[in-house]
Design a protein around this ligand. Structure first.
Ligand code: SF4
Length: 363
């Protein structure tokens, strides 16, 4: 069995009370069954508090957030009372795992870290080097059985076996395209999309006409409007982005931002490699590599829209903290709900505006 992690994986350490955008604020915190049973068995005053601050609906348990969106166990100093009272091992699964996420296939478990956490963003975007990954051999713990137990999906169809056996190799090639710094990030993205399209064997319709940049922008916005919006910060930013492009030319604003000294291609490379690492291997289950690449490009485009607006709002400046913030806001809204990811993948696969030819016209 192989555990694969990005090279920055071990560098991460939660900054807890020093975190400005704590994951214990603004998010519903689901409690897994084992932790719930454990919490309900705790006695004394703290046990009472656990019972009072926990709610069950539709068979799912969660903490009752305070009116300001804080977890009820987050103290004034942004430290966790469950951790302080009962120790680290008492944290529920979500709190233990976040910001790590897992993709499992065959005998591989890939673990990575989400840019929805500002500290992860700081680690990723402060590094000018190319992102790399390392394999750690682990004794076989039978993860396949453990993982598929609750899953309806089969690992892959018989006839996809050949395709899946090359999937890791394809991802390595896709990442190499994104990290080829001899080319501009725009050229790399074009090559990446065409590469994934070729893998998917999609037939392009040469008759299709490209649209105006603003038309694409509106479709992107509408696609994200249809999702259940959960974060206020995301809604504010989305509105700001929409207002900005009501009064500014999309093409001119993008060109000006790109020509500025603050336009950093390495950050976009990191975002794209991050998405590719995170989603590409899901094609193991549905054979749809192209949809993963389309999602990566749409994510890049939306984050770039946010960046343009932030650049101008800052008086033509875009620094590392801005990079971390926009990646975090996007990731928090989009990447932590399987339902959102599924809706987006469907929209992106079927909406004409996201066909490869049209995506190429938006870069
Ligand atoms: S967002 Fe990241 S750094 Fe902040 S509290 Fe959560 S895990 Fe820690």
């Amino acid at each position: 069995m192989i555990l694969r992690v990005p090279s920055y994986y071990k560098t991460f350490q939660c900054i807890a009370d020093k975190c400005e955008h704590s994951c214990c604020i603004g998010w519903e915190i689901d409690i897994d069954e084992d932790s719930y049973d454990y919490y309900m068995g705790i006695e004394g005053a703290f046990g009472e508090r656990l019972k009072e601050q926990t709610v069950t609906g539709d068979g799912e348990h969660s903490f009752v957030l305070r009116k300001n969106g804080w977890c009820p166990f987050l103290d004034q100093n942004k430290l966790c009372d469950i951790y302080s009272e009962l120790g680290e091992e008492a944290l529920c699964e979500v709190c233990t795992e976040y910001p790590r996420f897992v993709v499992e296939y065959g005998d591989v478990r890939e673990k990575s870290l989400s840019v929805s956490c500002e500290e992860v963003g700081r680690i990723i975007f402060s590094d000018e080097g190319k992102m790399s990954y390392e394999d750690i051999e682990l004794p076989d713990l039978g993860i396949e059985d453990e993982f598929y137990e609750d899953e309806e999906e089969e690992p892959f169809e018989e006839d996809m076996e050949e395709f899946c056996s090359h999937l890791e190799e394809y991802r390595t090639q896709a990442v190499a395209i994104l990290q080829n710094r001899e080319k501009s990030i725009d050229d790399r993205i074009r090559e990446y999309l065409k590469f994934c399209e070729k893998l998917q064997n999609v037939v392009e319709n040469p008759e299709e006409e490209l649209w105006e940049p603003m038309e694409y922008f509106h479709v992107r916005m509408e696609t994200f409007d249809e999702l259940e919006n959960v974060n206020e910060e995301w809604m504010e930013v989305k509105q700001r982005v929409r207002d900005f492009f009501e009064t500014h030319s999309y093409t001119e604003a993008l060109e000006e931002y790109k020509k500025s000294g603050d336009y950093n291609e390495i950050w976009y490379e990191h975002i794209l490699v991050y998405f590719t690492y995170r989603y590409f291997m899901r094609a193991w289950y549905d054979g749809n590599v192209l949809a993963k690449a389309q999602f990566a490009i749409v994510g890049f485009l939306v984050i770039r829209d946010m960046d343009i607006v932030r650049y101008f709002a800052n008086g033509k400046s875009f620094k590392l903290d801005d990079r971390i913030a926009n990646a975090r806001i996007f990731s928090r809204e989009v990447e932590h709900s399987e339902e959102t990811l599924e809706i987006l993948e469907d929209d992106i696969s079927f909406d004409e505006a996201f066909h490869v030819k049209h995506l190429l016209g938006q870069i």
